[in-house]
Design a protein around this ligand. Structure first.
Ligand SMILES: [Zn+2]
Length: 70
């Protein structure tokens, strides 16, 4: 699985947010991941594994840097 994401990347989740939008920005990237809805501004925090499970697509904010492995 190559779901590579970093802080401030925009992401699309498998499920729409309650506000009908499905575009989020990563505002915290650690053991827990926090994402903020681009439309209504609500933030959700979940653990990393759960986030990866619910993640559908990462929209890179900038050009791809060196691939990070950890
Ligand atoms: Zn929302």
């Amino acid at each position: 699985m190559d779901k590579d994401f970093k802080l401030f990347d925009e992401v699309i989740m498998k499920k729409d947010h309650a506000c009908g939008t499905n575009l989020w920005i990563i505002t915290r990237n650690g053991a827990d991941v926090k994402i903020k809805c681009r439309y209504c501004g609500r933030e959700i925090m979940m653990d990393r594994l759960e986030f990866i499970k619910k993640l559908k697509k990462v929209i890179k904010f900038e050009e791809t840097e060196d691939e990070k492995k950890d």
